[in-house]
Each structure stands twice: as structure tokens, then as C-alpha cells.
Write a protein that binds this ligand. Structure first.
Ligand SMILES: NC(=O)C1=CN([C@@H]2O[C@H](COP(=O)(O)OP(=O)(O)OC[C@H]3O[C@@H](n4cnc5c(N)ncnc54)[C@H](O)[C@@H]3O)[C@@H](O)[C@H]2O)C=CC1
Ligand SMILES: O=C(CO)COP(=O)(O)O
Length: 326
């Protein structure tokens, strides 16, 4: 099966390197200079310097050639969420397309499958998500993902395309739940990063993860997701990974905010997207639309906006009145 990955950041590069050993795979980089470097060095120095690229992986800056390669195969959009709409709009009308982005679209407040419904109603579409640091996938370390779509044949195609000895792909018919999990865990990773950066201890981290999972589940249920999805790979799984693993860019944002760095300085130094920064206000906006209480998200938004210091965020959460757990 031919596969084209659109976007040569850390995750697109790692996934393309993984599929290239089993399927003819092409990786599209929008910057011709970056594509040339990757072809010459067989390495993505800018976004994934830790891993080499397999010889079989083709790299191109030619968008038309990249789309043509996947005419009867799968397209995978591996850009940040902010570019998903533009990418979906430029793929052929009846393409089979997966995306890797995790977040809500900042301008509209939509999830990926809602953007796809607006932009490409004729496409067969799904989201591939779950706990997966790009560098570990690139190193061939064991990883489990979830491929979510309401199109059963497309889910089967994703298993054929992505499942391997080191990458297990589970299927789900709940794209809304999988996308809410992927978006909200990034915001919660910023929260645990802040708490850990402040030295608040392991009890606080566990409290943020479990109460964060409750926030994620409440929002997901309001948006039509299934409760069990949040106990799965894209809910609890990705939340634990990102909230506790120092490879997470979102967690790094939190750690550095607690250390007193400004958000703009942190984002400049990071060199990769930290989706939680852009999704946090949108998560809160959608929660308010549905009268869903999300105090941790609210505190993160206030800290990101500079209206709260990290300590004021803590005081806000600890000062809330006592309530029943459920
Ligand atoms: N890095 C990781 O371990 C994982 C990342 N993700 C998600 O995958 C998405 C991409 O993440 P990364 O690859 O890590 O990001 P990254 O920051 O490493 O790379 C982003 C890539 O997208 C490209 N890009 C940005 N705007 C674009 C546009 N308008 N048009 C075309 N290309 C554009 C950049 O040139 C770059 O190649 C994010 O939504 C992230 O949350 C999901 C799972 C794991
Ligand atoms: O989504 C991820 C792992 O599943 C990567 O998280 P970060 O974007 O926080 O690095």
C-alpha cells in the first residue's frame, strides 16, 4: 500500500520511517531546502536528529508528486493542528486520509473530524493518536496507537499500513473521544509540568492527572464521545505519557513557566509545536458552551495568559470548595 506523509516534523518523520520498511512511503517537506538536506544526510536534523532515515523512504518537496504517490493508498497529515484545514483542503476529494494532529482548531474551536466534515465531506477520514513520543517510535521501541474512524474498511487499512512488530494499532469507532483525549491531555501536561516545576510533589501530580482525566471525560461526554475511550490509549494512556514524560514539549512548557521563563521565550527555544498552548483557550471555550466544569484547564489558561502566576494557579485550585468526587 502506498503511503504519503504530509509534514516532515518529528512525528511525521518518525511514522514515515516506520512504514517505509513495509510500504512504499513518501515524506513531503514543505521547505525544499529541508527536503534536500534530508535526502543528502538521510536524517532530519531540524526535527528528529536522533534517528536516521531508512534508504527506502522517499523525501520530496513536490506536493503534487506526494499526492500522486498516495492516489490509491493512504495520505497522512502530520502538521500541527493549525495547518489541518489547509492540508485537508488541498487533498483530492475522495482521498483516504489520516491525521496525527492533537488539538482543537484555535479559530473555530473544532476538532479534526469536525474540520474534515466541513472541508472534505467526501473524503474517507480518521485520526491516528495515542501515547507515542516520536523519537521512541523512530528508535523502534514498543508503542501502541489507536486509529479512530467510523469507516470500518478505512480502520482496517490503517492497521495494514501502520501495524508492525513494534507498533500495535488498535481501532476505535469514536473519533470524537480520541480527539478530545489528544487535545486535553496536552493542556493537562502543561499543568503537571507547572506543578512539578514548582516542586509540589508526587501527590499533586497524581491529583492533577486523575482530576484532569475527570475534566477530559466530562468534556468528551458533552461532545458526544464514549466514556470508555478515556480509559484507553488516547485518554489515560496519552495523559500519563505526556504528563509524566520529560520528552513531552507540553510538559516542558509547564516546567519552564514554573521556572520563571516567559511563554514567548519558551516557544522560541522549543523549536517544535506545543499544541496545548493553542488548544487551552479553545478547550475552555467549548467547556463553557456545554457548562462543563474544567478548573485545571481554567488555571492553565490564566497562567498562559499571564493573568495568574503559577502560585496563584495553585491557590485557585486548592481554594475551591469541597465537593463529591463524582
Ligand atoms: N512529536 C510527537 O511525539 C507527537 C506529535 N503529535 C502531534 O503531531 C502534530 C505534529 O507534531 P510534530 O511533528 O511533533 O511537530 P513539529 O513541530 O516537530 O513539526 C511540525 C511540522 O509541520 C510543518 N508545518 C507547520 N505548519 C505547516 C503548514 N502550514 N503547512 C505545512 N507544514 C507545516 C513544519 O514545517 C514541521 O515540519 C502535532 O499536532 C502534535 O501534537 C502526536 C503524537 C506524537
Ligand atoms: O502527543 C505526544 C505523545 O503522544 C507528544 O506530546 P508533546 O507534544 O507534549 O511532546
Amino acid at each position: 500500500m502506498n503511503i504519503t506523509v504530509l509534514g516532515a516534523g518529528a512525528w511525521g518523520t518518525a511514522l514515515a520511517a516506520s512504514t517505509a520498511s513495509r510500504h512504499p512511503t513518501m515524506l513531503w517537506a514543505r521547505d525544499p531546502e529541508q527536503a534536500a538536506h534530508m535526502r543528502a544526510l538521510r536524517r532530519n536534523e531540524r526535527y528528529l536528529p536522533e534517528a536516521g532515515l531508512p534508504e527506502a523512504l522517499q523525501v520530496t518537496p513536490d506536493f503534487g508528486a506526494a499526492l500522486a504517490h498516495a492516489r490509491d493508498g493512504l495520505l497522512v497529515i502530520a502538521t500541527p493542528m493549525a495547518a489541518l484545514r489547509e492540508m485537508l483542503a488541498s487533498v483530492p476529494e475522495h482521498a483516504s486520509v489520516w491525521w496525527l494532529c492533537k488539538g482543537f482548531e484555535a479559530r473555530t474551536g473544532l476538532l479534526g473530524h469536525e474540520v474534515a466534515r466541513e472541508v472534505q465531506p467526501g473524503a474517507r477520514a480518521g485520526v491516528l493518536s495515542g501515547p507515542s513520543f516520536a523519537v521512541e517510535v523512530a528508535r523502534g521501541l514498543p508503542t501502541a496507537l489507536v486509529a479512530a474512524t467510523t469507516d470500518a474498511a478505512l480502520a482496517e487499512a490503517a492497521v495494514q499500513a501502520f501495524h508492525s512488530d513494534s507498533l500495535r494499532v488498535y481501532t476505535s469507532a469514536d473519533p470524537a473521544g480520541v480527539e478530545v483525549g489528544g487535545a486535553v491531555k496536552n493542556v493537562l501536561a502543561i499543568a503537571t509540568g507547572i506543578a512539578d516545576g514548582m516542586g509540589l510533589g508526587l501527590n499533586a501530580r497524581a491529583a492533577l492527572i486523575t482530576r484532569g482525566l475527570a475534566e477530559m471525560t466530562r468534556l468528551g461526554l458533552a461532545l458526544g464521545a464514549r466514556a470508555e475511550t478515556f480509559m484507553g490509549l488516547s485518554g489515560l494512556g496519552d495523559l500519563v505519557l505526556t504528563a509524566t514524560g520529560d520528552l513531552s514539549r507540553n510538559r516542558q512548557v509547564g516546567l519552564k513557566l514554573a521556572g520563571g521563563q516567559s511563554l514567548s521565550q519558551i516557544l522560541t527555544e522549543l523549536g517544535h509545536v506545543a499544541e496545548g498552548v493553542y488548544s487551552a483557550p479553545t478547550v475552555l471555550q467549548r467547556a463553557r458552551e456545554w457548562a462543563v466544569e474544567m478548573p485545571i484547564t481554567e488555571a492553565v489558561v490564566q497562567v498562559l495568559d499571564g493573568r495568574f502566576t503559577a502560585r496563584q494557579g495553585l491557590e485557585y485550585l486548592m481554594g475551591r470548595s469541597a465537593r463529591s468526587e463524582w
